[in-house]
Design a protein around this ligand. Structure first.
Ligand code: 13P
Ligand code: SF4
Length: 322
């Protein structure tokens, strides 16, 4: 028999699907969203896939089930659409770590250096960039830069260090971090590996260098899902936000997926992004009914940020509709 909450969830999901159809709306969700939100979404993906779908969407309304910078990215790339975010408090510790006035001074201190920013930043920061990258195309973007000056990279220090190691390029790094990926405990991961000696350890590049050093695979959320699909192992310890396990398990139903433990986590052994998890089915339904909160970006900032995002899509070889 279904519980009262299960019946409520079913009603909310039916209502959201009806509203999408009535309003010609599309929902673009990140892998870190709850399973119910992933189920009502038209697209579930990593930051690059979300940006790509938003750029090409013909829907009247684009609802971004993710965090603020993702909704801003959708608006920057497809400004004629109404872009909604169920909770505008859904920020990101990386984006928050890089205030525009301080970043402007940082750039000015290194004249002539190309500026590459990780997509997890505000529209103002993107507008100060030559090119944006995501975790799935960062190496390609860095390798595309021809300048012999050191490359300014912000805001993720861990991803920046990983890129220096992978590309051998000289880079000047901003000191920002993700609250989720900073928090993985090497001791607990090693203990877990003792309990599951056949498990491969895979990690997102926002994790710290000593965590990445022991990983058999490092990549974006989509990269991690693709890896467990093509790899022949049966067990994996997965170091990224635990929401990814829903899609990953759907793709490899017979494999064992174990969330990597965080420092102070003695209960569920998993890591959740407090910002990503601000979105709920209730807020999603309400935002489709009221068509708010709507995201807007001042046109002078939007144009510059769009150029940096489109430069990224060009380097990645992604077809652009406009
Ligand atoms: P990707 O899904 O692009 O790998 O990014 C992870 C992330 O932290 C998004 O906020
Ligand atoms: Fe930002 Fe980290 Fe949350 Fe991603 S997981 S939105 S990088 S705080």
């Amino acid at each position: 028999m279904s519980s009262a909450r299960e019946i409520e969830i079913k009603k909310l999901m039916d209502s959201i699907l009806r509203l999408k159809w009535q309003k010609n709306a599309t929902i673009i969700a990140h892998y870190y969203q709850t399973p119910e939100i992933q189920e009502v979404a038209d697209v579930v993906g990593d930051s690059l896939q979300m940006a790509q779908h938003a750029a090409q969407s013909q829907a009247d309304i684009i609802v971004v089930a993710g965090v603020y910078f993702m909704a801003e990215t959708a608006k920057i790339l497809n400004p004629s659409r109404k872009v909604l975010l169920p909770d505008t408090d859904a920020g990101c510790s990386l984006a928050d770590s890089c205030p525009p006035d301080q970043f402007k001074k940082f750039i000015e201190a290194h004249p002539g250096s190309p500026v590459v920013t990780y997509v997890n930043c505000s529209a103002e920061i993107k507008a100060m960039s030559d090119i944006v990258c995501t975790s799935s195309n960062a190496e390609k973007v860095i390798n595309s830069i021809e300048s012999d000056k050191p490359i300014i990279f912000a805001p993720d220090l861990n991803l920046g260090k990983y890129l220096i190691q992978q590309t051998g390029r000289e880079m000047i790094l901003w000191d920002g971090s993700c609250v989720v990926h900073e928090n993985f405990s090497i001791d607990k991961i090693l203990d877990l590996h003792t309990a599951y000696p056949d498990a491969k350890f895979i990690a997102h590049p926002e994790s710290q260098p000593h965590i990445l050093r022991i990983a058999s695979y490092v990549g974006s959320t989509k990269g991690m899902i693709d890896f467990v699909k093509r790899d022949h192992h049966q067990q994996y310890i997965v170091a990224t936000e635990a929401g990814i396990l829903y899609q990953m398990q759907k793709e490899v139903p017979h494999k064992v997926l174990i969330p990597a433990p965080a420092f102070e986590d003695n209960t569920c052994a998993c890591s959740e992004c407090p910002y990503m998890k601000m979105n709920t089915l209730e807020k999603l339904e309400l935002c489709l009914i009221d068509e708010t909160p709507e995201i807007s970006v001042p046109e002078n900032i939007r144009k510059k940020a769009a150029a940096a995002l489109r430069a990224m899509l060009d380097v990645t070889g992604i077809q652009q509709s406009s």
